[in-house]
Write a protein that binds this ligand. Structure first.
Ligand SMILES: Nc1nc2c(ncn2[C@@H]2O[C@H](COP(=O)(O)OP(=O)(O)OP(=O)(O)O)[C@@H](O)[C@H]2O)c(=O)[nH]1
Ligand SMILES: [Mg+2]
Length: 392
């Protein structure tokens, strides 16, 4: 059976070239260069070494996605730099991917393929593996068509078309059968989770969920709040499988808090669909802690991406606390003032300033969770909170 196009974990890291195409009027919140920086981080998280980068601005993407001049330039770079894989910062249509592989004579991976590869390397639990496997199979299915076309191109005619087409059909059937099985198994997982939720509801446990852009520091905060030891690492999607722990609050109450998968811009729709069981959990939350890496120049864009995904998941009406993390890396710590993007684009009136590294603001966060759970009125204000953490 044809294999998914993944980056293999052989001892020599694969040498990658990154490509992005800007299409006027279509591009998301991140500018091309910023989006490529993120792609480089993703590629590194998948174990590749980024050797070169290309970008081009086009009125609209072509069949090969790039202009022909750029293709030639790219071919030269592939030869010169011994490139093993070309990674495109977008979701490529299967025919585009095929055309690019033909033109470049090199393995081509799109943004979704790369994200799925990182996910596959991170999944540990049965549910995480099932969800990742489902997303990878859905990604692979429409790409199977091209994999046997070399047989057809051997001149066509008697004896060449038959085997190729038959093989594609067999491969497709196998993948479809696998997708159906994975969906059945995931449905069982979902039902099991629903039972657990009902039990929890009987015990009236309050639920807090950490959400945010990947690498914002959710796991680091989770560890601070619960004395857990979830993996914290400067790579994208360190966390894939949710972890839940009890958190003790200043009033003496307790709640459960869950650390889960992070978000990213251009999150593939098949990932969102496959991770439905994990993301549905968020609906049960009494509070969402929206963690932002406040030290990143892209903090406003990241916060907006997360805000949009939460809206798409119909989670907008769950009370949310904005957590501006990595405050130790922000000179002056915002001086206790909320940044303009928070009050403007997000429409947020208050936030908690934290550093998961120094411990600053952790007690303020505990207090904010407590007060939100107890009455919804958070009796601290951003300025006071900001000052107290600067005094720390
Ligand atoms: N300086 C500083 N670094 C932090 C802080 N919080 C987290 N980090 C670092 O940021 C990186 C990402 O932290 P994680 O906790 O793994 O981030 P995450 O949001 O769980 O990321 P994913 O699980 O990949 O989505 C790690 O290198 C952390 O050490 C902080 O408050 N200050
Ligand atoms: Mg994490």
């Amino acid at each position: 059976m044809a294999r998914a196009r993944t980056i293999s974990t052989r001892p020599e890291p694969e040498r990658a070239c990154l490509v992005t195409v800007g299409v006027r009027g279509r591009d998301g919140p991140l500018a091309l260069g910023e989006s490529l920086d993120e792609l480089a981080h993703l590629a590194a998280s998948a174990g590749a070494v980024v050797v070169s980068r290309f970008s081009q601005m086009l009125p609209k993407p072509s069949r090969t996605y790039l202009g022909s001049g750029k293709i030639d330039e790219l071919k030269e770079a592939i030869k010169r730099d011994s490139i093993d894989v070309v990674i495109f910062d977008d979701e490529l249509h299967p025919t585009q991917q095929r055309a690019l592989e033909d033109a470049l004579h090199t393995k081509v991976i799109d943004r979704s393929g790369l994200i799925l590869d990182v996910f596959a390397a991170r999944a540990r639990t049965r549910e995480g593996k099932l969800q990742t496997d489902l997303a990878q199979s859905e990604h692979l299915l429409p790409r199977l068509a091209g994999q046997w076309s070399h047989l057809e191109r051997l001149g066509g005619g008697i004896g060449t078309r038959g085997p190729g087409e038959a093989q594609i059909e067999t491969d497709r059937r196998l993948v479809r059968t696998k997708i159906a099985r994975l969906k059945r198994e995931l449905e069982q997982v979902r039902q099991q989770r629903a039972r657990q939720r009902r039990n929890r509801a009987r015990g009236e446990t309050r639920i807090v969920d950490l959400v945010g852009y990947t690498n914002a520091g959710k796991s680091a905060l989770f560890n601070r709040l619960t004395a857990a030891t979830v993996l914290v690492k400067n790579q994208l999607f360190s966390t894939l499988d949710p972890t839940t722990r009890r958190i003790h609050l200043p009033s003496g109450d307790s709640a459960v808090i869950t650390d889960t998968v992070g978000f990213i811009h251009k999150l593939p729709t098949i990932v969102v669909a496959a991770f439905r069981a994990t993301l549905e959990e968020l609906r049960e939350a009494d509070i969402l802690l929206h963690v932002v890496d406040a030290s990143s120049p892209l903090a406003p864009q990241h916060a907006m991406v997360v805000d949009k995904i939460l809206r798409d998941l119909e989670l907008s009406d769950i009370p949310r606390i904005l957590v501006l993390n990595k405050i130790d890396l922000v000179p002056g710590g915002f001086d206790g003032q909320l940044p303009e993007w928070a009050t403007g684009s997000l429409g947020v009136q208050k936030a908690v300033f934290t550093s998961a590294v120094t411990g600053t603001g952790i007690e303020a966060l505990r207090l904010a969770i407590d007060e939100e759970l107890r009455g919804g009125v958070v009796a601290f204000d951003a300025a006071a909170n900001g000052r107290s953490q600067i005094d720390h």
